[in-house]
Design a protein around this ligand. Sequence first.
Ligand SMILES: Cc1ncc(COP(=O)(O)O)c(C=O)c1O
Length: 416
Amino acid sequence: MDTTVFEKYESEVRSYCRKFPTVFKQAKGSYFYDENGEKYLDFFCGAGAVNYGHNNPEIKEKVIDYLMNDGVIHALDMYTVAKREFIECFEKKVLEPRGMEYKIMFPGPTGTNAVEAVLKLARKVKKRNNIWALMGAFHGMTLGALALTTDKESRDGAGIRFTDVTHIPAPYMIDGFDTISYMQMLLDDDHSGVEKPAALVIETVQAEGGIQVFSNEYLQAVSKFCKDNDILLIIDDIQVGCARTGTFMSFERAGIQPDMFVMSKSIGGMGFPLSIALFKPELDIWLPGEHNGTFRGNQIAFVAAKAALDYMLANNVEKEVLRKAQIVENFMKNEIMPLSDKIEYRGIGLIWGIDFGKLEADFCSKMQKKCFENKLIIESAGRKNSVIKLMPTLVISDEDLLKGLNIIKNAIKDSL
Ligand SMILES: Cc1ncc(COP(=O)(O)O)c(C=O)c1O
């Protein structure tokens, strides 16, 4: 495999290619193919960007038709048919049936762009500088979002000191510690030294944080806390939205509606870049053009995004995720847990983590390497990268799901 060009000319900043050192050429469904024709099962799924499978034929067909008909490719934020059809579809098929009333905004196409947009809007609405986020959070790599992200390596890369963010311990961090009372105390104590925030930003499942799934009760308590204290609740659904947890939006299971939420990754259908920020209509106090950008609302992504929503609904993807979650959970209980009493697992829907934090420091990277040798692409996450993150496509067959799980089991066995 010739990787000379990348190693010679591409920046040292490259990362995933170091863990999966081959040159990929094609991808279809749940598989990648490298230029030598080797087949790799994908349990990484572009960190959630290809939930409906690589080159999903139904989505791709719509994109090809659009291209062949000279559909508009770039239009800044001008009105286009592609944008109208996506907004109408999102409104009628996602928001309305759930009784959700939100305005939609198209920031730049990546997740971190959407996070920046809602942070800016929240600060503008509440006229407060501070934002609260949880320890273990990942919200992106641009400076505003990175101020919320907690992993040290990413923060160290910024080269500046971050301000106007307070980090709150996540509920799993200290046994028996009530983070809601702690936050209330920060607000009520005139000696807490912590400023009231414009917003609290959370993920419902900390994905990069090591697949930490927050309970419905915790999410409901957070929502109530924010309402009671005039703090905006922002949910970052960039990684675990788009049906990953079994409902299109991951917070549906808790029956809550945040003031604002952001989605990206699979919202663009089959890997096309698109992000959306949604907020309650009364919060839409933007001035025209106040948050601008050349690549807002990618037109091809609009076409793919509408096709993806139609695909998801027609194929009962949400229900299928819940069914497949049972397969994973049974495998974890019956096949993975007996391997060692130093292993833990967590997860929901089709995002699961196996935590090797109690084993030697390089255990996770060792077993990840073995998975790749056995043609499984899988990423790690969490504190000290000690959690292997299972994130298959949502359309994976039961057979391939079990195949991947068995590769993981054997890699653990071999590494113990
Ligand atoms: C929860 C969450 N928020 C924000 C981001 C940033 O998205 P992007 O990498 O597209 O900027 C990510 C990326 O993994 C994420 O998982």
